[in-house]
Design a protein around this ligand. Structure first.
Ligand SMILES: NC(=O)CCC(=O)C(=O)O
Length: 265
C-alpha cells in the first residue's frame, strides 16, 4: 500500500508543552495540506529532556496531550506516529510513543525499553517492558525510540512474531549532532537486516545539555536513503509502497535462512 509520510523535524522548546503543541498543530495542518497519510513527531516533543519540569509541573498520564493528539488525528483524518512524551503514572514516568489512527483511536502506547544513560534517563524514567508492534491501515509496523536502535536483537524480535510481520519501523528520536553518523549507519543497517522501510524522525535545535543533529530520514529495505533532511527545522516528506518488501524478502529470504539451531534466540 502506498504511504506518504511527513516527518516533523522540530526544534523542541525546553519545558514548554504549550509552545510545542502550537508548533505541532501548525506542522500537522501543513502536512495534511500536503496530503500526508502518516505524520511522525520526534521523541519527548512536549517537554524535551527537562526532567525538573517533568517532575514538578507535568500533568499525570499525559492526558492533556493524548486528548490534543486525538483531536488532531480525528479532525484531520490522519494517522499520527505522535512521537514520544513523558507519561507520569503511579508506576513511574515513562518515555512513551503514542500512535493514533485517522479516527483518533489510540492504537499503541510503547514505552522506551532501553534508557539512555548519557542523557540521565535511568535516573528519572522507568523502562518499558513491552514490544512496539501495532497495526494501521497500511498493515503492521513497529515503533522504537532513539537509543533502541542500538539493540538489533530488540528490533529483530519484532520480525519474529508467529503471525504478524511489520513492513515499517518508525523511529522517534532526540539524537545529538555529535553522533549523527552513527544515527544514520545504525538506521540503514536496521532497514537492510530486517528488510523493512525505516522512517526515522529526529529533533533539531539544542537544549542546555546537547545540540541535536536532525538528519531525519526514510530508508528502503535495500538500504537506499529515499529522503533525508539536514539540521534545519522542517518537515520531510517521503512516499513508498509497503508491498515492495515482499519481492525483496522473496529475493533474499533471510528469515527462511536463519539458523535458529545455532543461535541462542
Ligand atoms: N535520546 C536518546 O536515546 C539518544 C541516544 C543516543 O544519542 C545514542 O548515541 O544512542
Amino acid at each position: 500500500m502506498k504511504i506518504k509520510t511527513a516527518l516533523v523535524q522540530m526544534d523542541v522548546v525546553f519545558g514548554d508543552p504549550g509552545a510545542n503543541r502550537r508548533k505541532v498543530k501548525q506542522a500537522v495542518e501543513d502536512a495534511v495540506a500536503e496530503k500526508a497519510d502518516v505524520i511522525v513527531l520526534p521523541e519527548m516533543w512536549t517537554t524535551g529532556y527537562d526532567f525538573d519540569f517533568i517532575k514538578e509541573e507535568l500533568e499525570d498520564e499525559a492526558s492533556d496531550t493524548i486528548l490534543f493528539l486525538q483531536e488532531l488525528a480525528r479532525g484531520h483524518r490522519v494517522n499520527l506516529i505522535a512521537g514520544s512524551v513523558a507519561k507520569k503514572t503511579e508506576d513511574g514516568t515513562f518515555n512513551t510513543l503514542l500512535v493514533f489512527n485517522r479516527h483518533g483511536g489510540l492504537r499503541k502506547e510503547y514505552s522506551k525499553a532501553h534508557l539512555f544513560r548519557l542523557m540521565n534517563e535511568e535516573k528519572h524514567l522507568t523502562q518499558g517492558d513491552e514490544g512496539g508492534m501495532f497495526k494501521l491501515e497500511h498493515g503492521y509496523a513497529a515503533g522504537f525510540i532513539c537509543y533502541d536502535i542500538r539493540f538489533p536483537e530488540w528490533m529483530r524480535t519484532h520480525m519474529l512474531h508467529p503471525k504478524f510481520t511489520p513492513d515499517v519501523f518508525y523511529v522517534v528520536a532526540e539524537w545529538p549532532k555529535a553522533r549523527i553518523e552513527q544515527w544514520r549507519a545504525l538506521l540503514i543497517a536496521r532497514a537492510i537486516e530486517n528488510q523493512v522501510f525505516v522512517v526515522a524522525c529526529n529533533r533539531t535545535g539544542s537544549d542546555p545539555n546537547n545540540a541535536f543533529g536532525g538528519h531525519s530520514l526514510v530508508i528502503s529495505p535495500l538500504g537506499e536513503v529515499l529522503a533525508e533532511t539536514g539540521e534545519e527545522e522542517t518537515t520531510l516528506y517521503a512516499e513508498f509502497d509497503t508491498e515492495d518488501v515482499q519481492e525483496i524478502r522473496e529475493n533474499i529470504p533471510v528469515f527462511q535462512d536463519r539458523r535458529t539451531d545455532l543461535y541462542r534466540q
